[in-house]
Design a protein around this ligand. Structure first.
Ligand code: PLP
Length: 220
């Protein structure tokens, strides 16, 4: 199937209120242009250099999301234009994003990454760490970041019940934070679900999915 058909198929199978981030990492510009022609405006990348290059070359009304692990020393390159940073996983990174946002005279939208998977290799805060963070003064004085919600990645497995329970846990943390801490007008994005598990994620409350291979085909 073509990119256009893949996009149409995915869009018809998800509710309108769910945002679709087209994960275009490793893919050449012409494939992003095909998706753009089909109406796609939100693209996700996980490497700073690749993200900056595509931003320079592709249409200016694209909303660029940084979805991958982000090193603090690279924030400055994306700070002028990035629309949403999905994977804030340390206070240090949050501080650097805030600093670069101030320099660029803007507010940068971020999601906090929660570690929900069994695999230890994945980044993110655990439940205790996230509550400590959002209750800390050091974090709360960062006025140039807008905390829009949470992001998480489930374990890479065929075990549907495991994926379901990991997404349930993330949704429950999301709901608690929303009640305890955040204005629901700002804190409203729950980024969970990829090509292999976005249907489960939506069932469990996701309203932003990050889909790569199901749109653009397998990565080499
Ligand atoms: C690559 C990637 C995706 C998309 O993965 P697919 O399985 O190709 O849909 C989603 N989220 C993150 C953080 C990624 O790095």
């Amino acid at each position: 199937m073509s990119i256009v058909e893949n996009l149409a198929q995915i869009k018809s199978s998800i509710p309108d209120k769910v945002s679709l981030v087209a994960v275009s990492k490793t893919k050449p510009d012409n494939l992003l242009e095909e998706a753009y022609q089909a109406g796609q405006r939100i693209f996700g990348e996980n490497k700073v250099q690749e993200l900056c290059g595509k931003f320079e070359r592709l249409p200016k009304d694209i909303q660029w999301h940084m979805i991958g692990h982000l090193q603090s020393n690279k924030v400055k390159y994306i700070a002028p234009f990035v629309n949403l940073i999905h994977a804030v996983d340390s206070l240090k990174l949050a501080k650097e994003i805030n600093k670069q946002a101030v320099k660029n005279n803007r507010t940068i939208n971020v999601l906090l990454q929660i570690h929900i998977a069994e695999e230890s290799a994945k980044f993110g805060f655990n439940q205790k760490e996230i509550f400590d963070l959002i209750n800390s003064n050091e974090f709360n004085i960062l006025k140039n970041i807008n905390v829009c919600g949470l992001m998480g990645m489930a374990t890479f497995t065929d075990n549907t019940s495991q994926i379901t329970s990991e997404f349930k846990r993330l949704k429950s943390i999301f709901d608690q934070l929303k009640i305890q801490k955040y204005n629901p007008d700002h804190f409203k994005t729950l980024s969970m679900g990829m090509s292999g598990d976005y249907q489960i994620a939506i069932k469990e409350g996701s309203n932003m999915i990050r889909v790569g291979s199901a749109i653009f085909g397998k990565r080499g």
